[in-house]
Write a protein that binds this ligand. Structure first.
Ligand code: TYD
Length: 138
């Protein structure tokens, strides 16, 4: 099941009393080459993001600041993962519906992505996603 490929990565930390440092090298610390980085910030309390799936896109999601929950759903099973550490990243493989909510005040969600932005890679409709997932499984 794709949901079994979901994985929390503990990223390298250079602990320093001047402030800690974490780095990520494309294709080395995470299982894909990074083509795009984007981030969500100024998220009003009580709102949610995501609400879609991707056909090919692989992502690593990091709570750079604050915290939020990610619900992942492969069409059969759901998991809720809480992210609240700047040195942890959640790997999300393709064909996975995701919703992000419970953003803390000032939370910043950084996403490393394996592809350039392509609206054609999105499933924006949950029923279409379910149909595609079931086709994949046959
Ligand atoms: P969307 O992926 O739906 O946001 P989220 O999953 O974080 O809730 O994207 C919101 C809008 O931003 C949508 O109109 C597409 C646009 N967008 C880009 O133009 N480039 C990007 O890299 C991303 C992630 C989104």
């Amino acid at each position: 099941m794709p949901i079994n490929d979901i994985r929390k990565y503990d990223l390298t930390r250079i602990v320093d009393n001047r402030g800690n440092l974490t780095y990520i090298e494309s294709g080395k610390h995470i299982p894909f080459e990074i083509k795009r980085v984007y981030y969500l910030y100024d998220v009003p309390g009580g709102t949610s993001r995501g609400g879609h799936g991707h056909k090919k896109l692989k992502q690593l999601i990091i709570a750079i600041s604050g915290s939020f929950d990610i619900t992942v759903d492969d069409g059969c099973e759901k998991q809720i993962i809480h992210l609240n550490r700047s040195f942890q990243g959640l790997y999300i493989p393709p064909m996975m519906w995701r919703d992000l909510d419970n953003f803390s005040s000032g939370a910043v969600c950084m996403v490393l992505a394996s592809e350039f932005y392509d609206e054609g890679d999105y499933f924006r409709d949950y029923d279409a996603f379910l149909l595609a997932v079931r086709e994949c499984e046959q």
